[in-house]
Design a binder for this molecule. Structure first.
Ligand SMILES: C[S@@+](CC[C@H](N)C(=O)[O-])C[C@H]1O[C@@H](n2cnc3c(N)ncnc32)[C@H](O)[C@@H]1O
Length: 236
């Protein structure tokens, strides 16, 4: 899973026993060598799908980390591109390749933007929010977008119940729950709580109109359904 230049087990344990913010500060220099960085194949499928739907002036990468989504925004936005993240360490790494993009340190639950963006994207970060925090998160993104603006993010189909992938995710979430019951500060990172039906309902409630086209280039499951969809939430 990790390249030779990635974090050691000892470093990963130290990071996992920290807060989310401190953990990412520590992981930042080696983050791009981990599987936690969104893979290029997902980024380019998202960029292609967004480009096919039109051009955007301004774009926000929510929880940008080291800048995975900034490249997507650079491809589809004509004007201002901004990355926001809570980890100063991740932003410092992002700065090395951010080009003209601006980087802002802020909590996604208290965004310092109002009506500023045509497009917001986010990759690989929603597991850091507890289900009860999502209405506030989506309300913040809604407020940061212009009327008619678009929030876009890929969502992977859940593994079939009983499959190897199912048990890996189940085991990971169970380990995080035990860790968070025993240790402070908590490290919120749950993979199984971000389910499309719930998310669609929460986005609709927050004032978005939602469509979920398949990202067909990322393949299909044995039953023919797409492995990955793009959630397109239009601010009403
Ligand atoms: C798994 S990384 C994903 C980074 C990048 N989007 C990618 O796909 O490679 C998750 C990122 O979310 C950020 N993050 C977590 N909770 C956050 C919050 N409440 N506000 C802003 N950023 C947050 C972390 O600092 C981290 O950089």
């Amino acid at each position: 899973m990790f390249t030779e230049r990635g974090p050691t087990v000892r470093e990963l344990v130290g990071q996992a026993l920290s807060s989310v913010e401190r953990g990412y500060d520590l992981l930042a220099p080696k983050f791009d060598e981990t599987p936690f960085r969104t893979p290029e194949v997902v980024l380019s499928a998202t960029a292609d799908a967004l480009a096919a739907r039109g051009a955007y002036a301004t774009g926000l990468d929510l929880c940008c980390g080291t800048g995975a989504g900034l490249g997507v925004l650079r491809q589809v936005c004509r004007e201002r591109v901004v990355g926001v993240d809570r980890s100063a360490g991740m932003l410092a790494v992002a700065a090395a390749s951010a080009g003209a993009a601006s980087l802002v340190r802020a909590d996604a639950l208290a965004l310092p933007f109002r009506g500023a963006f045509d497009l917001a994207v986010s990759f690989g970060a929603f597991g850091h929010f507890l289900p009860h925090q999502r209405p506030a998160l989506f309300a913040e993104v809604h407020a940061a977008l212009r009327p008619g603006g678009l929030l876009a993010f890929p969502i992977t189909a859940p593994p079939r119940v009983g499959s190897a992938g199912y048990w890996v995710l189940w085991g990971f979430d169970a380990a995080m729950r035990v860790r968070n019951a025993l240790w402070r500060p908590p490290f919120v990172m749950y993979y199984r709580t971000f389910r499309l039906p719930d998310v669609r309902a929460e986005l609709t409630e927050a004032g978005f109109t939602v469509e979920t086209p398949a990202l067909s280039g990322l393949g299909h499951r044995p039953d023919g359904s797409p492995r990955c969809r793009l959630v397109l939430a239009h601010r009403r």
